[in-house]
Design a protein around this ligand. Structure first.
Ligand code: COA
Length: 328
C-alpha cells in the first residue's frame, strides 16, 4: 500500500446565501424545471451577491478550514487557489485572498485548470510537501461563475453555481492522506468549453460585449461525451496507481456537473450509486469548488467517515481531467 505524503488537517466551504431555482429560470428563459432536472439533475444553485467576490468566498472557506486545523492565517506557508473566475486578470486571486486573510508568511498563486483545478492544486501541494518546499498549505477551489455565465443562453445558464472549498494540507502521519493521483489534459479541444473574449487574443472591445464572447460557451454534447470517457479513465488510473480495485472504494466523490455524467462515470468505474456522493441537485456545477463542497457535505451527513477509501474524479475546460485516491 502507498504511503501518503500529504493529508487534510481541515476542510471548509462557503456557499452564498442567495439561491436561484429552476422556477426562477422558467421566468427568465425559454426553459422548464422538468427539462433542467431530466437533463442535468439540477434543482437549484447558490449565487453570490454583486459585492461578493471569488476571493471573499475563498476567505470564508479558508477561515473554516483553518479553524478546524487549529491554525491561523500566519501558520500558512503556501496558498494555491484554483479558479476559472479570477476577480481580476492581474494579479492572482490567491494574492487577493492572502491579503484578505492577512496570511503574511505565505507565497500565493492561482491554478488555471477549470473544474479540475482543485485536484490539480492538491497534486501540486502534495508535490511541494514531498520536495520540502511547503509544510502547511491552503488549497482552494473558488468560483463566482455567475459573473461569466450568459443568462440569455439557456444551454449554459442553468448549469452553474457559485461557491468555494478550502483544505489545509499538511505532511501526513503516514496513515491518512493522498494515496495516488492522475492528471491529464487535451488542449486541442479547448474551443468546446471556453470564454473566447477578454484575454490577449480578443482584448475587451465593444464588439465583445455585443457578441457575448466574454461569457462561457459550450458544445454540451461533445463536453458530455468527453467528460464520461475521461472521468472513467481517470478513475481507473488513480485506483491502479494506489494498488486498489473498485470494490475497495468506500465513496466516489465526482465533480458535480451533471447527474447523467456522474451516473455514467460510476457505471464505468463499477461503483454502485449508493457509494457515490451527489449534491449537484442543490448546487449545480460550481467548477473547481464542487468536490470540496461535496466532501464537506458527505462527512456532515455521515456518508464519509474516518478511515474510508475515497475516490475523487474530475473533468473541466481545457480539457483537463484527473483523479485522486484518499484515505480519509
Ligand atoms: N431548457 C430547454 N431546452 C434546452 C435548454 C434548456 N435549459 N438547453 C438546451 N435546450 C435545448 C437545445 O436548444 C436543443 O434544442 P433543439 O433540438 O431545438 O436545438 C435541445 O434542448 C437539445 O440540446 P442538446 O444540447 O442536444 O441537449 P443535451 O441532451 O445534450 O443536454 C446539456 C444539454 C448541456 C444538459 C448536456 O449536453 C450536458 O450536460 N453537457 C455537459 C455539460 C457540462 O457538464 N459541462 C461542464 C463540464 S465541467
Amino acid at each position: 500500500m502507498t504511503q501518503p505524503v500529504a493529508a487534510f488537517a481541515g476542510l471548509g466551504v462557503s456557499n452564498p446565501e442567495r439561491i436561484l431555482t429552476n422556477a426562477d429560470f422558467e421566468r427568465m428563459l425559454d426553459t422548464s424545471d422538468s427539462w433542467i432536472r431530466e437533463r442535468t439533475g439540477i434543482r437549484e444553485r447558490h449565487v453570490a451577491g454583486p459585492e461578493q467576490t471569488t476571493a471573499m468566498l475563498a476567505r470564508d472557506a479558508s477561515l473554516a478550514a483553518l479553524a478546524e486545523a487549529g491554525m491561523g492565517p500566519d501558520d500558512i506557508d503556501t496558498i494555491i487557489l484554483a479558479t476559472a473566475t479570477p476577480d481580476r486578470l492581474l494579479p492572482s486571486t490567491a494574492c487577493d485572498l492572502q491579503a484578505l486573510l492577512g496570511a503574511r508568511n505565505a507565497n500565493a498563486f492561482d491554478i488555471g485548470a477549470a473544474c479540475s483545478g482543485w485536484i490539480y492544486g492538491l497534486v501540486v501541494g502534495e508535490s511541494m510537501i514531498a520536495a520540502g518546499a511547503a509544510e502547511r498549505l491552503l488549497v482552494l477551489g473558488a468560483e463566482k461563475l455567475s459573473a461569466v455565465v450568459d443568462y440569455t443562453d439557456r444551454s449554459t445558464a442553468v448549469l452553474f453555481g457559485d461557491g468555494a472549498g478550502a483544505v489545509v494540507l499538511i505532511r501526513s502521519d503516514g496513515a491518512r492522506g493522498i494515496l495516488s493521483s492522475y492528471l491529464k489534459s487535451d488542449g486541442t479541444l479547448a474551443e468546446l468549453l471556453w470564454r473566447p473574449g477578454g484575454g490577449t487574443v480578443h482584448p475587451p472591445s465593444e464588439e465583445m460585449l455585443k457578441d457575448h464572447s466574454y461569457f462561457i460557451k459550450m458544445a454540451g454534447r461533445e463536453v458530455f461525451k468527453n467528460a464520461v470517457r475521461s472521468m472513467a479513465d481517470a478513475a481507473a488510473r488513480a485506483l491502479e496507481r494506489a494498488g486498489l480495485v473498485a470494490d475497495e472504494v468506500d465513496l466516489l466523490v465526482p465533480h458535480q456537473a451533471n447527474i447523467r455524467i456522474i451516473e455514467a462515470t460510476a457505471a464505468h468505474a463499477r461503483i454502485p450509486m449508493d457509494r457515490v456522493y451527489v449534491n449537484v441537485d442543490r448546487y449545480g456545477n460550481t467548477s473547481s469548488a464542487s468536490i470540496p463542497i461535496a466532501l464537506d457535505e458527505a462527512r456532515r451527513c455521515g456518508q464519509l467517515k474516518p478511515g474510508m477509501t475515497v475516490l475523487l474524479v474530475t473533468f473541466g475546460a481545457g480539457f483537463t481531467w484527473g483523479s485522486l485516491v484518499l484515505r480519509w
